[in-house]
Structures are given as C-alpha cells and as structure tokens.
Ligand binder design. Structure first.
Ligand code: GLC
Length: 736
C-alpha cells in the first residue's frame, strides 16, 4: 500500500529567473551608481589611479605592508579624504586562506568545491559563503577572492578541487549562491577565473581556443548565470589566453561580452601577475592585482601619465574607479567595514561538517555493507593519514584551522610559493571519529605504506576501511587519474585479503578505480574540510544518509576524454607560477568538444563512464516520476520524487534536454534537492532558463521551433522517463 504523504507542489528556486528575484542582498538600486559617480567626480586622476593597482600584502622582496593592512592576498589604498575605504583582499572560495601560517591565525576550512558541488544545493552554498565571509570580515578583509567556477573540462586539472563541476547551470547557480552568501556579509566577492581556465599547466601562457558560440553555451554561460544570481562586485580575469589574447587584456571577453552584452557594472581585477601592459585598461581590465608579480606597475604611473595626456585613458580611468566605488557602495563595504573579532570556531565547524555530510557520494554499496553495524568487532583502518586528519588541496585557496594542519608534507621548493604548496591534512582524524562511533569495536590502523603488511592485517579483521587520497594543487595538473604512491596496489591487496573492504576516497576530483569490482563499498568524501573525519564516520555508520550526487563525470579511462594526452605534459616544465620558457606557447583546442563538456561529451560519443554526472546512491530508495514540461515564454519542468524506502534521505531530481529540432543533445535544464521522510512524496516545479533550450548564433540566443524532448534522470546516464513538447522558435539578443 502506498502511503503517499502530502504532495505539495513546490516551486524550486533552482533556475536563473527564480533565484534572480532573491538577489544577493546587495543594493542593486541605482543609488550605488549615483554615489559612485558623485565620489569619482571629486577625485583627482592620481586618486583614481591609486585605486587601480594593488599589492600582494605579504613580505615579498622589498614590499612594504601598509600600516594596519592584514597580511593577505591584496591591498589597495583607499581615498580617506572622500571616505573611500582601502580594499583588503583575502582568498578564497574554501575559507580565509592560511598562507602557510604567515598571519598566525586559522579559519574554518569548508569542504572542497567538488564536495560543495556534490550537494547540488544553492542554499548550502549560500550558507557556506556567508560563513567564510563573516570570518574574513572578522579578520579585517572586505574582499573575498572566491567564486571559482571554471567548468571541469579536464579531470586532471590541478584546481578541479576548487571548482564546482562540469555543467554551466549547476556551476552557475551554485557559484552565484556562494557569491550572494558572501556579499550578504558586506564583503565583496569575486567570480573567477574569467575565462576558459580548466587546467594549470603553462597557465601564464597557454591559449584556449574555442569558437564563440560554444564558449557562450558552456564556460561563459556558467559565469553569466552566476553573475546574475550573485551580482559579484568583481570579476577576476584569468592568467591564460583565450582565442589568442590574454584573458586580462581581452577586449572581446571583457568589453564585448562581460560589460556590453551582459551589462556588468562591477570591476574586472586581474589575477596576480597576469598584466602585461597598460593598454589592458583599454581592453576592459580595471585593476592590476599583486603588482609585484608583474614586470611593472602598469596601472600606476604609466596609467596616470596616459590619463593626463590621452582622452581615451582619461575616460577609462574615470570608469575604472567608478566601477570599484559602485561595488563598494552596492555591497555596503563602507557602511559595515571589517572589524577585528574572534571567529566562532564551533559554529564554523558545524557548517563545514553539514556541507561535508551532504557532499559525500556513495558510489558502491554491495550487499548493503554500509551503514556499518555498530556491532562490528574488529575494524582495520588503512592509509590516507586517517590517524591524523583529512586531505586538503593546495595553493592560494587553502584554509587551515587554528594551529595549522595536522600533517604538512612539503612537495616542492618553489621560493615564494613553497608555503602554499605543502600537502596538508586538516586536524580531523577519521580514525578517531570511527573509534568514537564504534566504542565496542577493536579499531586498529595501518599506514598503508606496504600492501603486504596491510593485507596481512586485513586477514584478521571483520572489515577494512581503506583510504585513498589524491592530492591536487593550484599550479600543477596530474598526469593521469591513478591514486598516487602505490595506493591502488594497497587497496587491491587489502580487498584480496578481505572482501569486506570499504574504500573511502579523499580526492580532488575524478579518479580511476582498478580495484572497483574487488571491494564491497566505495565512498567519495572529496576534501571534506574542517570536520571531515566526523562527516566520514557519520556516513559510514549511518548517522547520515549519503545524498551527494557527482558534479563531474568519472571517466573509465583518460582515453575517453577529448584530449587523452594532457596538453603540455611533455613540453611544459611543471611550476606553480606557470611561466614556462621565454616565448613558449601552448595551444589547447577546446573545439574538439566545444560546448559538450563532461557528460555531454560522453553522451555525444556514446561512451560509458565509470560513474556518470549526477550519480549517487543512498541508504534508502527513491522513485522519480510524473515528468511534465510546459512550453511558452517561461518553460518549466514538474516532477515527483518519492522516498520508497524505510529511512529518511535526500534525493536530487534532474531534468535533461535530450533532443531538439537540431538533433540529439544532453543538457541539464533543471534540478532540485528534496529531503524526504520514508514514504513521503514531493512534487516540484522548476522553471527552465530559455538559454538552455537555445543555441548561440551570430544573431544571439536562438530557439529553433519544433519538438523538444526532456528526460527525468537519476543521473545524466540513468534517464527514467521522457516527454516531448512543442516549443515556439525565437531569437533574442542583449538589448543594447
Ligand atoms: C592566484 C590565483 C587566484 C587567487 C590569486 C590571489 O594565483 O589564481 O585564484 O585569488 O592568485 O592569491
């Protein structure tokens, strides 16, 4: 007998229009514009230009840190005469960066972008953003260099752990919600790295080639949606080139698309050390960041001279400074300036653990070995420094708690950046959390250095929990998707010795699993942040029902990727800074896949991945049904999710466009997360952004008239039912 609990039709605000009405808590009224124009008009050119270049606020060479400036990523002086505050900038999307302990204080480390992306929850993203911004504010910062939403075009990319996934709607909505949360604390957020920056190798010079319609329908659509949702005060342009021009000096990207088409009113800041000339200002760049890392302070004296002698620059400099002022006023930075205060560590930890628990993805659970029975007597835990902590990603985004990492393994001597490049583990040991959750059991640990030793111990255990880690860092890509340092051999040996083997992965992104059929269960915990150990134990023992869904495709092999050989791997010397040899070039042709990033590529090539985008298991079961799609000017999808199992859990309904008059396709057009009690059903309506039905053409967005087929999915591969609806054709462009 079906106990269908009430089926309230919920309008899930997980589409561009719906969330746009909620806005990002900033004053988007014209008041900010008016105030900016008034203040800017009173400035001298010297005062204007003084806002257009900043330093890396760290003791670098002969850098003088201004009085009162907190050590961090950036400092730009204000104009005290006009009450314009200095900009104090810190990284980044995962928390206030630790800078290798330079400031001596810790902060809450959120789980990685992959973990956050696995929640498919804009609400959680907003909560995480508000938390890290409140901590930045308490540490004296009014700009958080967050919002990394580059699409994962290559799972080997060194910063995949920072990013949210491979789909523009998913990354745009989640990234925009994070920005909204950050700015709700009167801290300016960036969105970054604009654009087409999916890998690290040769990042200062590699040239992404992608024709504009594909770029608009993929990477740029993620930015466009995120900017609409979050209204970030600043956009950070990327190091690399896009179609031949440096992103930070790319007139088409910055002036043509971002500012003219999209009407972006904030300011474009450069990435640190990505400005090559003063005329980048004419291409749309508004501020040079971390100027010590460039060959010159191009946006200092040379820009002032140009402004004093050339009308084009004079006009530009007025606009550049006005954009910064507008964001300061729109976000309320002047009204609620940062004030030093202690952070609430426990409150931060609770938010981090909640996100980690909802971002953990159950990939395999043979014979329902999970959740673990509390009666298990002899448990062996192997590897992953599980006796010390959980892994975090490295580079500018790395946050660490008070006292720093539990374990810090130096990886390279790279001068200035050595501190940012260590392989660190947060102080949250899964072994302790497992022991606390199974007090009746004998829980032993082996570090996993030797497969044979781990296998011997595994023979005598009731069950084995073996950790697999993949460390990622800004600046370096990984050569393949194996688990490094022989971990795959350890897992295989342990599984051979004891079939009751559970693998817990702490990886930056997708990995290969040669031992997949030999193990009983696989849990992807990503980099689970400040309370990752507790989150892992909560899922393993069933205190939490895993609800994560993959935000990226796990390939069965790199041979399935658009570029099986990692571009630049043979020719570019690995280095954090990514400068390469003088004059070195590296073209990466993304036209291979075009807009078909990730699952769309697998669908187009009819390739079967190891695990598909949107996949994740649960300790309960769900029924997804009742798909309907309305057409017209505001199309919407409606579907019902039902918990058909015996315990509460969350499901994520996904609707994909699978066919248009232009042919077969695969595009996520709507999704919604629902927490459901046993037997509970929920009918959800989600508006569909018309851009997801359209192609970009020289005339703008164009929906071809005809029949559109949509499918309700449990993942991008598991399509359950489909409907076809007629949709009228239309073409529209940016009203200018
Ligand atoms: C870095 C990163 C960027 C970061 C900035 C400041 O190199 O690319 O994400 O915000 O510099 O640290």
């Amino acid at each position: 007998m079906r106990s269908w609990l009430c089926c309230a039709v919920l309008l899930a605000a997980s589409s561009t229009q719906a969330l746009a009405q909620t806005g990002s808590g900033i004053d988007a009224s014209s008041d900010a514009d008016r105030r900016a124009a008034t203040t800017e008009a009173e400035m001298t050119n010297a005062e204007r230009v003084g806002m257009l270049n900043g330093i890396l606020a760290m003791p670098l060479g002969d850098t003088k840190i201004p009085e009162g400036a907190p050590l961090g990523a950036g400092y730009i002086p204000g104009v005290p005469r006009l009450d314009v505050p200095a900009l104090t900038e810190t990284d980044a999307s995962l928390g206030v960066s630790y800078l290798g302990g330079l400031r001596g204080d810790g902060a809450t480390a959120l789980p990685s972008g992959m973990a956050m992306g696995s929640t498919w929850s804009p609400e959680l993203m907003r909560a995480g953003g508000a938390l890290i911004a409140s901590e930045a504010h308490a540490k004296g910062f009014n700009v958080l260099l967050a919002g990394g939403i580059n699409l994962v075009r290559d799972p080997r990319g060194g910063r995949v752990f920072e990013y949210l996934g491979e789909d523009p709607l998913h990354s745009g909505l989640l990234g925009g919600a994070a920005v909204a949360g950050i700015q709700s604390q009167n801290v300016i957020s960036t969105i970054k790295h604009f654009a087409l920056n999916p890998t690290e190798i040769g990042r200062q010079f590699h040239n992404g080639i992608l024709e504009e319609s594909a770029l608009r329908m993929s990477d740029l659509l993620a930015f466009e949606i995120a900017i609409e949702q979050g209204q970030p005060g600043s956009v950070m342009c990327a190091y690399n080139k896009v179609n031949g021009a440096q992103a930070c000096g790319n007139d088409r990207l910055l002036n043509g698309i971002l500012k003219k088409d999209w009407g972006y009113k904030g300011w474009v800041m450069s990435d640190w050390g990505s400005v090559r000339a003063t005329d980048f200002a004419l291409a749309g760049l508004d501020q040079q960041s971390g100027s010590q890392l460039d060959a010159a302070v191009h946006f200092g004296a040379p820009l002032l001279d140009a402004a004093n002698s050339d009308k084009r620059y004079r006009t530009r400099v007025a606009d550049m400074s006005r954009r910064i002022l507008r964001s300061i006023y729109a976000v309320g930075v002047d009204k609620n300036p940062p004030r030093k205060a202690a952070i609430d560590v426990a409150a931060g930890a609770a938010v981090a653990q909640d996100i980690a628990e909802k971002g953990i993805v159950l990939l395999q659970n043979r014979d329902a070995i999970l959740p673990l029975a509390a009666s298990a007597k002899k448990i062996l835990v192997v590897g992953g420094y599980a006796d010390a902590g959980v892994l975090s990603g490295a580079g500018s985004s790395q946050a660490q708690g008070q006292g720093g990492p539990a374990v810090s393994l130096p990886t390279m001597k790279d001068g200035l950046f050595t501190a940012l490049m260590a392989q660190n583990y947060h102080r949250s040991a899964p072994l302790d959390a497992i022991r606390a959750r199974a007090p009746q059991a004998e829980v032993s640990f082996r570090d996993g250095r030797y497969p044979a030793e781990a296998a011997l111990a595994a023979k005598h255990a009731d069950l084995v929990i073996v950790f697999g880690t993949q460390w990622l860092t800004e600046g370096l890509d990984v050569p393949d998707l194996s688990l490094p340092q022989g971990q795959d051999d350890v897992i295989a040996a342990v599984a051979k010795a004891n079939p009751k083997t559970i693998v817990v992965l702490e990886t930056g992104g997708p990995v290969a699993m040669p031992w997949q059929s030999d193990v009983a269960a696989i849990v992807e915990a990503w980099y689970p942040g400040a309370r990752g150990g507790e989150a892992i134990a909560a899922v393993l023992f069933g205190d939490v029902n895993p609800s994560g869904r993959l935000p990226v495709t796990f390939p069965a092999s790199v041979a399935q990727l658009p570029r099986p050989d990692l571009p630049g791997a043979e020719t570019v010397e690995p280095s954090f800074a990514g400068h390469g040899k003088p004059g070195q070039t590296l073209d990466i042709d993304y036209n291979v896949e075009g807009a078909d990033v990730g699952y769309r590529w697998f669908a187009r090539k009819a390739e079967k991945p190891l695990y598909p985008f949107g996949f994740g298991l649960s300790y309960t079961s769900f029924e997804r049904s009742g798909l309907s799609v309305t057409s017209g000017a505001a199309p919407a999808a409606t579907f019902t999710l039902r918990n058909s199992g015996a315990r509460g859990g969350a499901d994520i309904g996904q609707v994909y466009l699978v066919e248009t008059p232009r042919g077969k396709t695969r595009r996520l057009v709507a999704f919604a997360r629902a927490e459901l009690k046993p037997g509970e059903a929920r009918t959800i309506e989600v508006p569909i952004d018309p851009r997801l039905l359209a192609d970009w053409t020289p005339k703008g967005w164009s929906i071809a008239p005809g029949t559109y087929r949509f499918a309700l999915g449990a993942s991008s591969e598991e399509l359950l039912e489909d409907v076809s609806v007629p949709i009228a054709g239309r073409t529209w462009n940016y009203a200018k």
